[in-house]
Design a protein around this ligand. Structure first.
Ligand code: TXA
Ligand code: MG
Length: 330
């Protein structure tokens, strides 16, 4: 299918991808069509061995070699200057290209058999949470892809960290499992794109995809921030008020706090001690809320030590940056 320019959905360690031959201009166009994705949003090229990078970039900086050594195969995407082998259809018209080597055997075998260069965005319909199960891909893309490879539940559950190596100083364009500290441990100083911070309306993110309201559940979602007791009390108040108006309310808590909620459809995202579990469950829970047709979702915030930046980035986007402060009086 890939060799004839078609689409195949496949598992990776982060989320499911929707693959096509990256060096084939019409194949990339099919991806945009199936996802309903704006064509200015570039795709990540997935490779299966480091040597293969030479064909698609014009220059391999030392930092790229060191990061690949440390984290590939794995959940890290690097932005590098693109070569002429890469069509502009794949890069959304940009002169740079995103490259990643996924840590999943099915994905690596598929890339190898499919010609070595597979463009793959997350395999969701544009605007929905990324798929962490083959069933999610089927929900979004049935009838639009001839093949979905079912590799079971993905390991990580949120998309790869993206680091731009075309700038003077390396810049994180999308936070993920590989944290800023892990990156700077290998290559020294690393910055985060100010455009991805909350409430920076006037500052455009550098990764075109980060400007879209991704990961959005159908219900209106609010994050409630503050100390544990205040958050529970605030969510209970808000839930009571919403239910009085006839609304169906969903609540995202944790193993430790789920019992604090008196009403509403309460879901535990996992233990506060296990940030991997929180990342792993997030998108599945947002999709389940869509099925249960809740009108409003109130969620706790999860400031975890390593993946906290990545998790809150996804949660803020899902909530359209609506944050309620529980500790303020009144
Ligand atoms: O974990 C992942 O990275 C998953 C799996 C399937 O590998 N893929 C993924 O792809 O998340 P996608 O298309 O959903 O997100 C790619 C992001 C978008 O925000 C896009 O704008 C950005 O990468 N991107 C791609 N090429 C870029 C470039 N040349 N410069 C800046 N941003 C780029
Ligand atoms: Mg995506």
């Amino acid at each position: 299918i890939l060799q004839s320019g078609g689409l195949v959905a496949f598992p990776t360690e982060t989320v499911y991808g929707l693959g096509a031959d990256a060096l084939h201009a019409q194949a990339a166009a099919k991806i945009y069509q199936a996802k309903g994705r704006p064509s200015d949003n570039p795709l990540i090229i997935h490779i299966c061995c480091f040597e293969d990078i030479k064909k698609i970039v014009t220059h391999i900086p030392q930092a790229a070699v060191r990061l690949a050594d440390a984290f590939w195969p794995g959940p890290l995407t690097m932005i590098l200057p693109k070569s002429e082998a890469v069509p502009y259809e794949t890069t959304g018209g940009m002169d740079t290209v995103a490259v990643r080597m996924p840590a999943n055997r099915t994905a690596l075998a598929l890339i190898r058999e499919g010609g070595g260069y597979i463009a793959a965005p997350s395999a969701n319909t544009s605007g929905r949470p990324s798929p962490t199960l083959a069933e999610h891909v089927y929900e979004d893309l049935k009838g639009k892809v001839p093949l979905i490879l079912d590799g079971g539940a993905v390991g990580i559950g949120i998309e790869s960290t993206i680091i731009d190596l075309t700038e003077e100083a390396p810049l994180i364009l999308r936070p993920g499992y590989i944290s800023l500290d892990m990156l700077s441990g290998v290559i020294g100083e690393v910055h985060t794109d100010p455009g991805i911070a909350a409430d920076r309306q006037n500052c455009r993110p550098k990764a075109p995809g980060m400007k879209y309201r991704h990961y959005a559940p159908k219900a209106a979602m609010f994050l409630v921030e503050g100390t544990r007791e205040r958050v529970a009390a605030k969510i209970n108040d808000l839930t009571r008020a919403a239910m009085r108006k006839g609304k169906k309310v969903g609540i995202i808590g944790t193993e430790e706090t789920a019992g604090d909620y008196e009403q509403g459809y309460v879901v535990s995202i996992g233990s506060r001690q296990e940030e991997e579990e929180i990342a792993h469950n997030l998108y599945r829970i947002l999709r389940e809320f869509d099925e249960s047709d809740v009108d409003i979702i109130y969620s706790e915030c999860f400031e975890t030590p390593r993946m906290g930046q990545a998790i809150s980035n996804r949660m803020l986007k899902a909530a359209g940056h609506q944050v309620i402060e529980a500790d303020e009086s009144g």
